[in-house]
Design a protein around this ligand. Sequence first.
Ligand code: IMP
Ligand code: MG
Length: 184
Amino acid sequence: MKNVGKVRCNTMAENIRVLLSEEEIAQRIRELGELISKEYEGKNIHMICVLKGGVFFMTELSKHITVPVSIDFMSVSSYGDATVSSGRVRILKDLDETIEGKDVLVVEDIIDSGRTLSYLMEMLLTRRPNSLKLCTLLDKPSRREAEVTVDYTGFQIPDEFVVGYGLDYAQHYRNLPYIGVVQQ
Ligand code: IMP
Ligand code: MG
């Protein structure tokens, strides 16, 4: 048993209310994979995973895509200072490969205010990909502050802080196979 802030958490994750089960997530990812495969027929998809949260979703999604796929990773951090509300993000790890001329699909765990992704998508566009789309497992549309076009969404969820399937609370719970809400 370990204390994380005010929340006690343990390996049984007994203080988590399940919002989306492992089965529901798996089924939806299969559907998304089929849809994306159809829409990209005859093309190669260059998937960009936004670390760390997006990695669980991207690996699972890529297994259900039937057109050729290549992957790359990027790590970004929103500026933590509350006085900076411009939505600018700091790149902690840039891509290994160029995206020029490629059909790029950015894969994210969750879109909340939209600030991170609206900045990132604009920045990636300047690198002249052939196309640029965004796929997110979760979307909290009621929280949106910055405009961002989401091309593929797994689930729209209410304004609750969720963990699991890559999403963390103070770096905990990423490995839960489902998505849930931490009970206070
Ligand atoms: P945005 O720039 O506000 O859209 O922030 C997106 C990032 O905030 C996500 O990539 C997550 O890392 C984090 N985030 C937003 N909502 C949640 C949540 O409910 N649980 C865990 N992380 C979240
Ligand atoms: Mg993220």
